[in-house]
Ligand binder design. Sequence first.
Ligand code: ADP
Ligand code: MG
Length: 468
Amino acid sequence: MESVLPQTVDKILNNPPLNQSFEEIKNTYPLWLDILASLEQRIKPHNFNMWLRPIKCKSIYDCNITLSAPNRYIKEWFEDNYLPTVLLELQNKTQKNYKVIFEFEETEEIPVQYFDAVTSSNENLEKKTNHEFNTRYDFDSFVVGPSNQLAHAASRAVAELPALKYNPLFIYGGVGLGKTHLICAIGNEILRRQPNSKVIFLCAEHFMNEYIHHLRSNRMDLFRKKYREQCDVLLMDDIQFIAGKVSTQDEFFHTFNSLYDMQRQIVVTSDKYPHEIPELEERLRTRFQWGLIADIQRPELETRVAILTKKAELENIKLTDEVAFYLANNIKSNVRELEGSLIRLAAIASLKSSEINIDLAQNTLKDLISNTSCGLTIDSIQKEVCSYFNIKLTDLKGNKRHRAISRPRQIAMYLSRKLTNSSFPEIGQRFGGKDHSTVISACRKIEDLLEKDLSVKTATDGITRQLK
Ligand code: ADP
Ligand code: MG
């Protein structure tokens, strides 16, 4: 092992997160630092700084590793690109299979940032770790195919002529299909053309947090000034988040109106079509229809191959057509998983110092493929559980505590964790915004009951069969 820690790791060691006690750091850091040290050898320094440094290790205990990220974008990028390598390293070093639990850092004030014009100085990269946007998500790196053609063309038009073509632009599509990529590409392109324009990019959740914060501190004047007056382009990711949050929706509604009246561009993304977002106010739905609603579907085979080839090129990974087709043929559910499989494969090849060939692909992706190719989603699991127990979806996601509802809810959470790649916080969010600890205890409860209670086992097996 390295006797001298590489420089960056050294820095982290000297600046541990403030909310951890010395005991905790001492116990959990060596292994994590060890992992970081070996990754640092293999990852470009600016990537390391941007995507790995912000990830903190909260605990390593009993084959569970708890990591925390400052925001969702860093978490997703980390999961897509580095997590497979981290898990492999952990396995290599400990001979154990680790499960990752992700947390977000809970900061009261969520920074909402303007896009900076893209520069490559190190200082800026450092600063960007706190920001929400990703300058790598541009139109050049976005592969266009029949599944996303309309959304792409509309995004380009909006980036070229903000507020003139489609306003608002509403992009919707399933998880991991490129919504965040496209909305960031719009922002990056507008800034490339007009470096001084005020582009605000944020996800709806942060809009809500910032709104609450300003409300509490009696500074709504600042909030309104920022969103209603000092904004040329508002890019709001994952708008479905504000469904059911009455006053946030109200605030967004007024923000929307002022921007629209001043002919400012608004782009929103969502995982659903406006009419399918439950508890979204009618007046907002109507406004989303004023402009253009464009969907992104799952990519077809050729597009999946093209995406893999592009990603390989960007990451300097040698990928043959044979392997690209193999992956694309087997992983159909979404682009994030597709990219994840490539990164995982590249990580394994690099650890084994072998090339990426079809044998390696078949061997290493066996688990992944059998888990993901069935394309199960939390939505489909929730529906199946509701129909099995004959209960309402709103109850499943709600807070009722009697057994007839709470047991199916626990089973649905357990299956979501087992059958999709979702994290505990993600699952919590999809069950009406519950805390990740609720999901964790639901999973434990069901794991426990599976051994003791035949009815739980029968239900779980039956639902799983139905799903597959
Ligand atoms: P969503 O926001 O819809 O959940 P993302 O935009 O985060 O999905 O996309 C997930 C990953 O897949 C990202 O790394 C993104 O760059 C990549 N991706 C999605 N669609 C494409 C595409 N058409 N071309 C290239 N990369 C894509
Ligand atoms: Mg997204």
